[in-house]
Design a binder for this molecule. Sequence first.
Ligand code: UDP
Ligand code: MG
Length: 139
Amino acid sequence: MAQQTLAIIKPDAIERNLMGEILKRIEATGLRVRALKMVHMDKEQAKGFYAVHSDKPFFDSLTDYMSSGPAAVAVLEAENAVDAYRSLMGATKPEEAEVGTIRKEFALDIEKNSVHGSDSPENAEREINYFFNQLEIVN
Ligand code: UDP
Ligand code: MG
């Protein structure tokens, strides 16, 4: 079965009306959108999503930012969805992201870096279940 990953178009990108531009790149890469919706997380929901980073110095600022406005969350599918989407996103630090990646083009800084993508199939499963139930994901 094809692999799935969780993508988030973060508040900085939604604020600048970049959702269509980012979805266009996702589709152009061959990733299939299996679920998609808008969410405006509250602080607790953002903390739950990023629980893996709860001991990091950037955790409080990150969860403030992620709950500061609406985001779009999506389930993407492809044979190698996790790595394919991580490659399309580019490095966490925009100045280290390769030319042609979403973060190189659109990220504002290391925090407001426009997109999230799961970093492993195991984390993808947890992250997809955080936002979507079975009925919201198409086959
Ligand atoms: N982040 C930050 N400062 C840092 C590292 C990360 O604000 O020094 C934020 C950034 O928005 C990043 C998110 O925390 O996307 C999660 O960090 P991670 O290391 O998992 O990076 P990613 O997997 O998103 O590339
Ligand atoms: Mg990560």
